[in-house]
Design a protein around this ligand. Structure first.
Ligand code: SF4
Ligand code: SF4
Ligand code: FES
Length: 290
């Protein structure tokens, strides 16, 4: 749940706030480069979020010691906790920077905010990470409704209101990666491009490494979502088969960290249990099909 919904306009502005505050940022100049901490000082204004702090830091382009530095790089898009692009680790917690309100952060940690890139994805630069593995996982489980063509096929099968109600929470996933960053079974996979390696060869090496690693709770939940859809159900076997391959469901140790950090409160462990039951049924089907 975002701070916006809890603390937006109703936040207690009377609490004493500093004139300035420090921002400690874990920076990295490029993929595979060493990381280093850097301190910036920002003038306090009411109702700032972490994105507006980063904008001030980019405009200043100098550290707390007065050293001129390249602007800090970060990703963002929607600015309303819908796209998932601005995810980073803020004061030790993975979350969206657009909905992380400075007033709240300073209440918890007066005078300093700490920003780090997500820990399970390769850093592109500073706070920007490469989340392509997250999208590759969605491809692995075919997290979409297939269409035969773009001509009018008429109305599809009807979905009951009960089934729509169960599906809606799962459909809110914004591919932010918080659940993956928090999951102890989702370990970082980082491949550096070899000298002279073509883009194509690099991509296929990356995809092979991703495909043998844990698919992640977001993809398991999306497989459950599309398997429950009347049209999507036509490919349910393929999705369940994908979840039974190397790096599939069986890797989940049920630590429940994923569900605790999901900003959309998606019932990930319920989805994982449901996918587990579907996998058991599928295993028996496969035996009898032999
Ligand atoms: S329940 Fe499974 S997917 Fe979720 S954090 Fe734990 S190991 Fe990861
Ligand atoms: S399941 Fe939740 S935490 Fe995971 S990617 Fe989707 S919205 Fe983010
Ligand atoms: S910018 Fe889209 S979720 Fe933050």
């Amino acid at each position: 749940m975002s701070d916006t919904s809890h603390h937006g306009n109703g936040h207690d502005q009377s609490a004493e706030k500093p004139k300035t505050f420090e921002v400690r940022i874990l920076r990295q100049n490029g993929p595979g480069e060493p990381s280093y901490w850097e301190r910036h000082r920002v003038a306090y204004e009411p109702d700032m979020n972490v994105i507006s702090v980063l904008q001030r830091i980019a405009a200043q382009a100098s550290t707390v010691e007065g050293k001129k530095v390249a602007p800090v790089a970060w990703d963002c898009n929607c600015l309303e906790e819908v796209c998932g692009a601005c995810t980073m680790v803020i004061n030790g917690r993975v979350r969206q920077s657009c909905s992380a309100l400075v007033d709240r952060l300073l209440d918890d940690h007066p005078s300093e905010i700490e920003l780090q890139p997500m820990t399970k994805f390769p850093v592109v630069r500073d706070l920007m990470v490469d989340r392509s593995r997250l999208f590759r996982s969605l491809q692995r489980v075919k997290a979409w409704i297939p269409v035969d063509g773009y001509y009018d096929l008429g109305p599809g099968p009807r979905q009951s209101p009960e089934s729509q109600e169960r599906a809606y929470p799962l459909s809110q996933c914004m591919s932010c990666g918080c659940c993956l960053d928090a999951c102890p079974q989702f370990t970082k996979v980082e491949l550096i491009r070899h000298e002279g390696e073509s883009e194509e060869a690099y991509q296929s090496r990356k995809n092979a490494a991703y495909d043998s690693s844990f698919v992640g709770p977001h993809a398991i939940s999306q497989a459950v979502l599309f398997n429950a859809h009347p049209t999507g159900a036509m490919n349910a076997k393929e999705r369940t088969d994908a979840l039974m391959e190397e790096g599939g469901l069986q890797i989940c140790g049920n630590a429940q960290n994923c569900v605790a950090v999901c900003p959309k409160s998606i019932p990930l462990t319920t989805s994982i249990a449901q996918a587990g039951r579907a996998a058991t049924v599928r295993m028996f089907q496969r035996w009898f099909d032999r």
